[in-house]
Design a protein around this ligand. Structure first.
Ligand SMILES: *Cc1c(COP(=O)(O)O)cnc(C)c1O
Length: 328
């Protein structure tokens, strides 16, 4: 038997945009299990499937590409978490050297993920502050410090997540997402506005001990938490960015705080339901969907919930189980 391949290739008259996005368009799936738990349709935007394991690549990929266009010759990051991993990935793809400075507390697993991308990894100080001070001092002439959440380019990149949903015309009843420094929140609200979805509320979830947005909303101004005590380290910004708090005042944003225990249990349940391992930072958002609909703010009965499954690459199943043993 003979196969004939008929290829019709029409070159596009439109020049390709430069540079190509570094992130993937992720699947949007309906979850039977979470819908059952929530008592209404739950859709999942699977950012955990980004090549770096979290949504961060959207904003950081766009920012790094733009900074290279503007002449950056080195990217520097002081995040030992998913932001540092995304900067390392973006630098490798764009051919720009990357230095990531992390504090001693950064896990060996996260350090390995950064090194494996070919980034230079420096370990400095007991806390992020010291690592960040060193990172600042390394910038030199063409170096750019890539902020993990407070940069309009990041928000623009994160907004693409909503554009993908709008492109399939699936307007959600509410969006559920996690908040650390508020970059994801800022990007999602920007995306909702950009698509004319001003009326879609956002349920902004944090864990106890990392709830800088909830504290700021309660105080009516930005609050600096004295310390981060949650195990959801990816939500561990002591202060949210100004833009996040501003948008929470302009757009319908409902703040929810869950316990570490709820976040971890949601992660483990999600492994059973969807065979995906995510960090407690992401489990926080999932926990809201696993709660009964009656406990969910902004919930019009029957409205779809869209959960941003933000992912996270710094904790494996063994770590989740070890944490579970400490919180129960
Ligand atoms: C960074 C991160 C967050 C929080 O995002 P912010 O933009 O800082 O609010 C949540 N989940 C995961 C997995 C992250 O990596």
């Amino acid at each position: 038997m003979e196969y004939v391949c008929i290829c019709t290739f029409t070159p596009s008259p439109v020049p390709m945009p430069d540079p190509l996005p570094l992130h993937l368009a992720t699947p949007l799936i309906e979850s039977m299990r979470l819908s059952k738990a929530a008592g209404r349709p739950v859709w999942l935007k699977l950012e955990a499937l980004q090549p770096t394991g979290s949504f961060k690549l959207r904003g950081i990929g766009l920012a790094c590409a733009e900074y290279r266009r503007r002449g950056a010759t080195r990217f520097v990051s002081s995040s030992g978490g998913n932001a540092g991993i995304a900067v390392a990935w973006a630098g490798r793809k764009l051919g720009v050297p990357v230095t990531v400075v992390v504090p001693l507390t950064t896990s060996e697993g996260a350090r390995a993920l950064i090194r494996e991308q070919g980034a230079e990894l420096l370990v400095e100080g007991a806390s992020w502050q010291e690592a960040n001070d060193l990172a600042q001092s390394l910038l030199g002439a063409g170096g750019v410090l890539i902020h993990p959440f407070d940069d309009p380019l990041l928000w623009q990149g994160h907004a693409s997540l909503i554009d993908e949903i709008a492109s399939v015309h699936r307007k959600p009843g509410a969006v559920v997402l996690s908040v650390g420094g508020g970059g994801l929140l800022a990007g999602v609200v920007e995306g909702l506005r950009g698509n004319g979805w001003h009326d879609v509320p956002v349920i902004a979830v944090e864990t106890e001990g990392a709830s800088s947005l909830a504290a700021s909303l309660a105080a009516g101004q930005r609050v600096v938490l004295p310390a981060i005590t949650s195990i959801a380290t990816s939500l561990g910004a002591r202060q949210v960015c100004e833009q996040a708090l501003r948008l929470a005042g302009e757009h319908p944003v409902h703040s929810v705080v869950v316990s570490d225990r709820e976040a971890i249990e949601a992660c483990l349940r999600f492994v059973e339901d969807h065979r995906l391992v995510v960090e407690p930072a992401c489990g926080a958002a999932l926990a809201v969907a696993y709660r009964d609909a009656a406990d969910t703010p902004a919930a019009h009965a029957g409205d779809d919930l869209l959960v941003v499954v933000c992912g996270g690459a710094t904790a494996g199943i063994g770590q989740l189980q070890a944490w579970q043993a400490t919180v129960t």
